[in-house]
Design a protein around this ligand. Structure first.
Ligand code: NAD
Length: 280
């Protein structure tokens, strides 16, 4: 897709961070923008600010982990703007803890948002986009953690998003569709991802707060600092739009992590035990 003006973009997780950066960029390209997010005050604030810049904006409170919410989002998008050309399945959250210490609530929450959120987005919007028979593009936000090892439940969901996106790419190519697909695999971006707990639903709250081990504390500290020092969401959006224009599937924003991806691929091919992605 190379022409964006007057086309329609749908962005989940649009009220903060990377999603907000994408929404601003879509507005600047002259697109009509549909903002979907679970955090209402930030959602409506984003809508107000984008409208003030002259964009046509629809904001829909959406929990992407719920199929009915995402189906309603698709319906409202069609009722308001009548088409969808760009879809960003971007909403995501992070949790802390090993595979076995993550609670069932942690697992349900992170798989619900990070994986089911993307599945619901594809099930609700791809049939509409295919039926339009116009140029379109879908970008699923995974992470560089979807291509390396070692980041626990979060990494598990992001590996799944990469696999899902690759499958989507093949299915669209098989149909010779005008709709293309990409997977966004960023390194650290300066967002509110480390405050993801703000959006954990009441029914998935943990009954007790587990005291983190010193190793977990160290990882959390490292992540906080790395996110704070991360790339701006606007810069990440530049990478995304360049990839859409080039119809490029893999979107890497941080070439410094290529070596970690390479090491994992080599580990697999040489049947070596998994390397630590944090050690060069
Ligand atoms: N920030 C990073 O360093 C980084 C790196 C790699 C990948 N990512 C991915 O980027 C995506 C965006 O995250 P971000 O870093 O901008 O964080 P963020 O917290 O700033 O933004 C995430 C947005 O998703 C929304 N959200 C959370 N749960 C939701 C739900 N159930 N339904 C709808 N919206 C929901 C939040 O309200 C928020 O507005 C995520 O998928 C994340 O995993 C982030």
């Amino acid at each position: 897709m190379k022409e964006f003006k007057d086309k329609i973009a749908v962005i989940t997780g649009a009220a903060s961070g990377i999603g907000r950066g994408l929404a601003e960029r879509c507005a600047r390209e002259g697109m009509k923008v549909v903002l979907a997010d679970i955090e209402e005050p930030a959602l409506f604030q984003t809508q107000k600010e984008l409208q003030a810049s002259g964009a046509k904006v629809l904001a829909v409170r959406t929990d992407v982990s719920k199929a009915s919410d995402v189906e309603a989002l698709a319906q409202k998008t069609m009722d308001t703007f009548g088409a969808v050309h760009l879809l960003f399945n971007n909403a995501g959250i992070g949790t802390v803890g090993t595979i076995w210490e993550s609670t069932l609530a942690d697992w349900e929450w992170i798989i619900g948002v990070n994986l089911w959120g993307v599945i619901h987005g594809l099930r609700a919007f791809v049939p509409i986009m295919l039926a339009q028979d116009t140029q379109g593009h879908i970008v699923n936000t995974a992470s560089i953690a979807g291509l390396t090892t070692g980041l626990s439940a979060y990494g598990v969901t992001k590996h799944a998003v990469v696999a899902l996106s690759e499958q989507l790419y093949h299915s669209l190519a098989h149909l010779n569709a005008k709709v293309k697909a990409s997977v966004l695999c960023p390194g650290f971006v300066k967002t509110l991802i480390m405050e993801a707990e703000r959006n954990r639903p009441v029914e998935l709250q943990n009954e007790t707060t587990r005291i983190l081990t010193p190793e977990e504390e160290a990882i959390v500290q490292y992540m906080h600092q790395a996110v704070q020092a991360g790339m701006s969401p606007q810069h990440a959006a530049d990478h995304v739009f360049q990839a859409i224009r080039e119809e490029r599937f893999y979107i890497f924003t941080h070439p410094e992590y290529n070596a970690a991806v390479h090491k994992r691929m080599e580990d697999i091919l040489q049947q070596r035990n998994p390397s630590n992605p944090f050690q060069s």
